[in-house]
Ligand binder design. Sequence first.
Ligand code: PEP
Ligand code: MN
Length: 346
Amino acid sequence: MIISMRLHSTRQEIDQVCERIRDFGYKIHAIEGEERVVIGAVGMGDVTACLESIEAMPQVEKAVRISVPYKFVSKEYKSARTQVRVHGFEIGGDEFIVMAGPCSVESEKQIMQAAEGVARSGARMLRGGAFKPRTSPYDFQGLEREGLQLLAKARDATGLAIVTEVMSDGDVGLVAEYADVLQIGARNMQNFALLKALGRTSRPILLKRGMSSTVKELLMSAEYIIAHGNPNVILCERGIRTFETVTRNTCDIAAIAALNELTHLPVILDPSHATGKRSLVPALARAGVAIGADGLIVEVHPAPEKAVSDGAQSLDLPQFDRMMQQLRPYIELWKEARVTEAATAV
Ligand code: PEP
Ligand code: MN
């Protein structure tokens, strides 16, 4: 924070302001000019409360925040990429990770077919919701514990790691028993009780961007999880709500590049929820690789026409396989870029 005092403030007034800033836990670096004193405050504390309090002091002309409001997620705090370890591989390292599977776990047959199919095509993780956040209370809400058990069975059969959504803080323990990565859906990105509970688990978290959230808000939500004790956070761009209707959401592809500048955390793309249309998924997936995402999460269903949720944006297994083949040359270039990055970083 930089605090600018009014012209010709007295020593006593300056000291009072400095004392108030120190009360909030900051260190003071005062720059004393001929007529005006500017105070620099550094450290960790409640910036918003401190700014509000300082600005209310009559001797203060202006108080502004200069640093970003998040710390642990920022590149300034840690410049090297964070690699999140999952079930024998890393997200954020030198492998492009594809997670794929149905929107919802519906039955043993469906999840097994999906798991076997996506594994054959090169996916590393199986997705599938057992707890579903649905707009309508009358829509399928998920198989819950049974769905988690089916996912675990699919992991045993295929070796794929499991990513699945947890919707409430009370369910974190249950979902963490079965899942390798806990998914936080767009609708829950700012469920602060949930974010705090995620800080208390050691399972990696896949944090999806809220549909009306800024990149900064996404980073603040990640900061919550890390500040509460869990540094294993993966971010996900899944499209935001705009005036555009041709796609289900508007994919903020530039957010991935921006996040790569702002944070050391891995960032993946969900081209399925970002478009809502299966025909657009492969093209957007290629864009995700090209822009430097660390991976993709893609909806794939063995029979999309029968899916209980998000069938229109789900690829069938042959379509997924084709997409994975088309992605290959892009992923080769992606790997070269990672190697170059690693070589220039040392
Ligand atoms: C999902 O992954 O099925 C899902 C509900 O995604 P989002 O939270 O991004 O809408
Ligand atoms: Mn879905």
